[in-house]
Design a protein around this ligand. Structure first.
Ligand code: 5CA
Length: 446
């Protein structure tokens, strides 16, 4: 993409009403625009990152054997009356009526809709296990939407639902989700810690939330520094193996504690040597639940068990805050000049800065680089505007592309361009062909 033809409405001023750094940077980098409290438009740069996050979530869900579908956002209140949640859900549910006076709502979550779909088609234990999921917009009329996409009213969620014959099978689905979530966050360059949690309106006794470590997180946590070294992407995990999925869960047991839970803390302190104890704050980027037959029973989602009985299926639901992840990623990856995207989610793989726009040799070198990088299957952003070098660098730093190639007449005379890492700030002078190979190498590995 050529910046002169792109739509990147960066702001010079720091927006006064944005309290946390990710919100400020998303507005300044022209990623989102607020349309109403907690409701945002996704501008090209923000939309690109959102799509990359979605893509990773889809790939990791399907690697775990889960099947994508798409359900409506507007749902009939009658279905929610069947589960008993229509009256109980409270003010967070946005309710409306259609022209016939029928009660409708904008889905804040979708246990009822998925259970209804299941009961309509699946009748036998032979069709289990089954896990279906969607990535779809949700609406929760939060009393205090704040921090940009971090606590929105409209937000994008991956929500998945497992249907199993027995409690044991459903707990395997729970553990499988736990492992696949750890891989998902890791691919985005995030360190996530799964912690036992409260279930709230979703229900059930077994639930873990996933915290990404960042200063502005809402939850305080103690953790064992060794768990930040666990790498899931490098393991050949068999998602069908009950033992392998369970063993991961066990790797985390007693190696973290909520700062407001004295019982967890004493277990943690007994288990983890002092030198390895760390304290941090975390942002909740996902949560998994096992709730048994809470929805299948009232909605009549039963299957034949092969022994002549109709039994309600055991279920769980599993959410990832897809739009919130953009905020969490920026909270965990930024400096005073702007965002620093991890390679796994960056909107463009690199930036090309032309220091002397209009100079025939510099323009030609930039064009050649642009073509060569594109030919490798990468997506560069070429700053071809007639702007000062300082302004071009500031834009690149703000939008946070991990690699910047700077092309100027002086370097070209000695056959080199400059490759700069956004994260370390270090630069190297290299021949243009070497830069192209280097980028191809970085992204093949990343
Ligand atoms: N039905 C279950 C799992 S599918 C469910 O709704 N879980 S949840 O309530 O925990 O939401 C899942 C994830 O969505 C949360 O972990 C969080 O990352 C994200 N989320 C929840 N509320 C908001 C919000 N107001 N703004 C942005 N993200 C949110």
């Amino acid at each position: 993409m050529r910046l002169s033809r792109y739509f990147l409405p960066v702001l010079k001023e720091t927006p006064a009403d944005a309290q946390i750094v990710s919100h400020r940077l998303m507005l300044r980098a022209g990623m989102i625009r607020q349309q109403a409290a907690g409701i945002y438009s996704w501008l090209p740069l923000g939309y690109k990152v959102l799509r990359r996050i979605e893509q990773i979530v889809h790939e990791e869900q399907q690697r775990a054997g889960h099947i994508p579908v798409l359900m409506p956002t507007l749902q009939s209140a009658d279905l929610w009356r069947e589960s008993g949640r229509y009256d109980g859900y409270g003010e967070e549910m946005l309710r409306m009526q259609d022209r016939h006076g029928r009660d409708m709502l904008f889905s804040p979550t979708a246990e009822e809709m998925f259970t209804d779909t299941f009961r309509a088609y699946v009748k036998s234990y032979k069709d289990l296990p089954l896990t279906i999921y969607q990535i779809q917009w949700k609406f929760r009329d939060e009393i205090r939407p704040r921090f940009g996409v971090m606590r929105g009213r409209e937000f994008l969620m991956k929500d998945g639902y497992n249907f199993d014959l027995t409690k044991e099978a459903a707990l395997h689905a729970y553990n499988r989700h736990l492992v696949s979530y750890l891989r998902t966050y890791e691919r985005m360059g995030l360190q996530a810690i799964p912690m036992r949690a409260e279930s709230g309106p979703i229900g059930g006794d077994d639930t873990h939330e996933f915290l990404v470590l960042a200063e502005t997180g809402e939850s305080g946590v103690f953790y064992d520094s060794e768990i930040t070294e666990l790498r899931f992407g490098e393991r050949a995990i068999d998602y069908d193996s009950v033992e392998q999925c369970q063993a991961v869960l066990e790797e985390f047991t007693s190696r973290y504690a909520r700062t407001d839970d004295t019982h967890e803390q004493s277990v943690f302190e007994a288990q983890v040597p002092e030198a390895r104890r760390r304290e941090a704050r975390g942002i909740e980027v996902g949560q998994i639940f096992y709730f048994g037959t809470k929805y299948s029973e009232p909605l009549g989602a039963t299957v034949s068990d092969g022994e002549g009985n109709q039994v309600p299926v055991h279920m769980g639901s599993h959410g990832i805050g897809v739009s919130r992840l953009l905020g969490a990623l920026i909270e965990a990856n930024h400096d005073e000049n702007g965002i620093i995207w991890p390679e796994g989610v960056t909107p463009f793989h690199c930036g090309i800065v032309n220091l002397r726009q209009g100079d025939a040799a510099t323009d030609a070198a930039c064009e050649d680089l642009y073509k060569a990088i594109t030919a490798k299957g990468l997506d560069p952003l070429y700053d071809d505007r007639d702007e000062r070098a300082g302004a071009k660098f500031a834009t690149m730093d703000l939008i946070g592309l991990p690699w910047r190639i700077t092309v100027g007449p002086r370097g070209l005379k000695s056959g080199v361009v400059e490759l700069t890492s956004r994260r370390s700030g270090e630069s190297e002078e290299l021949a243009p062909e070497t830069v192209v190979d280097r980028l191809a190498e970085i992204y093949a590995l990343g």
